[in-house]
Design a protein around this ligand. Structure first.
Ligand code: HPA
Length: 272
């Protein structure tokens, strides 16, 4: 990863913002509405930022939103970059590098995911306790820049234990039932087959999705503390006798948005 590219994007952004963000938020499909909760907004569209990739998926807006939630300085990625859009893993995770460059030390990743655990229901929120990288690749492949992180990154605790406690307490306070489980990442863009979902369940997955783990690998490489929350937008293939589609994913995330918003806002307040 080229440090100059990161610095170039970083200095472009620093000229436009007043406060150094402490928390970075990556908002998943249908979850971009969280930016409405950000006060004193400064919006920077991805396409204006040097070296920044642009998001092409419906339900993903494609801008960085800076500002405060409960007085805590944050930056939100409204619209994430997916590997299935054709970007390489380095581009997909470039925004995480830039967040680190801007001074972020906690990354909150959110996503819409299919429920693999049959005790889950669409609309459930799930604290990510661990993940399985089933994408067959890694954003850390290639020459390592020691200024950015270690060659061999420890992944024993990818999702910070203290932050998970904060999320559990926040969920109690705002009265949100928070499931917990392992997120398994595939590349997509096709949804999985029922046989794949049975395999993933056997492997220990509770939810499946097409994002997040590459960002988390880079975040850990950059020594950011990570918290992850999935919105179970549908039951994964083969569990219910119905086809999967992106509209259902968006509909479900919109149905639970007030719970999602109050949970994330409370987490940010506690971290502030
Ligand atoms: N599979 C993969 N990714 C997803 C799903 C799913 O069922 N739902 C939302 N993102």
């Amino acid at each position: 990863m080229n440090k100059e590219m990161i610095e170039k994007a970083g200095s472009f952004i620093k000229e436009k913002i007043k406060h150094k963000p402490k928390i970075g938020l990556i908002l998943g499909s249908g979850l971009g509405i969280l930016v409405d909760e950000i006060e004193n907004q400064v919006k920077i569209p991805y396409h204006t930022i040097p070296e920044f990739p642009t998001s092409t998926v419906e339900g993903h807006e494609g801008q960085l939103v800076f500002g405060d939630i409960h007085g805590v300085s944050v930056v939100a990625m409204q619209g994430r970059i997916h590997f299935y859009e054709g970007y390489d893993m380095e581009k997909v995770t470039f925004p995480v590098r830039v967040m680190k460059e801007l001074g972020v030390d906690i990354l909150v990743v959110t996503n819409a995911a299919g429920g693999v655990n049959t005790s889950f229901e669409p609309g459930d929120l799930m604290l990510i306790t661990d993940h399985i990288n089933f994408t067959g690749t890694s954003p850390l492949i290639g020459p390592n820049n020691p200024e950015l992180g270690l060659r061999f990154v420890d992944m024993s605790h990818p999702y910070d234990r203290e932050l998970r406690d904060v999320a559990r307490n926040a969920a109690k306070e705002v009265n949100v039932n928070l499931q917990e489980g392992v997120y398994l990442a595939v590349t997509g863009p096709s949804y999985e087959t029922p046989a794949e979902i049975r395999m993933f369940r056997t492997l220990g997955a509770d939810a499946v999705g097409m994002s997040t783990v590459s960002e988390v690998m880079v975040a850990r490489h950059a020594d950011l503390r990570v918290l992850g929350i999935s919105c179970i937008s549908n039951m994964a293939a083969g569990i219910l006798d119905q086809p999967l589609n992106h509209e259902e994913v968006i509909e479900t995330t919109q149905r639970v948005r007030s719970q999602f918003l109050s949970l994330v806002k409370e987490i940010v307040r506690k971290l502030g």
